[in-house]
Design a protein around this ligand. Sequence first.
Ligand SMILES: [Zn+2]
Length: 163
Amino acid sequence: MNKRGHVLNALLLAVGLGFVLEPGVDVDTARKVAQITVPIVLGALFPDVDTAFGKHRKTLHSLPVLAVVSAYPIVFDNLHFVWVGVVTHYLLDLLGSRRGIALFHPLSDNEFSLPFGVTTSSKYADLVTVIITALEIAAFWAVTTYVVSLDVDLSSATAGFGL
Ligand SMILES: [Zn+2]
């Protein structure tokens, strides 16, 4: 998937997740969307940094990298929601390319891809991106509702501003 596809996916995903985490059409929903949009877009752009540093589709397209990014909110209480962008980047690359990504780099350079999906150049690429995004929002909703809350409370962060 190209940069345009990743950003489109991340923006739509952030809006969708904003409504999942703060249902309704009010200030809280808008604030939630604002809270998560930039981190998710940054996360979605991060893996392709390996076009310049390391080996593309290997160095920053692996589960160990995802584990590190996912650990930041827990260990350092920062980079919240960046992992969502990284996950969705991997999913789009798995679906949106023939070549695949090296999920187990540096242990193995084998590249994985899913047998279905469309290439970036396909005229259906945007449509598939939107469909994938919708499925991701549904999956996120299911996890948040039935398994574990993936939300990050804003109240402590904004208390100091008197909001
Ligand atoms: Zn990529």
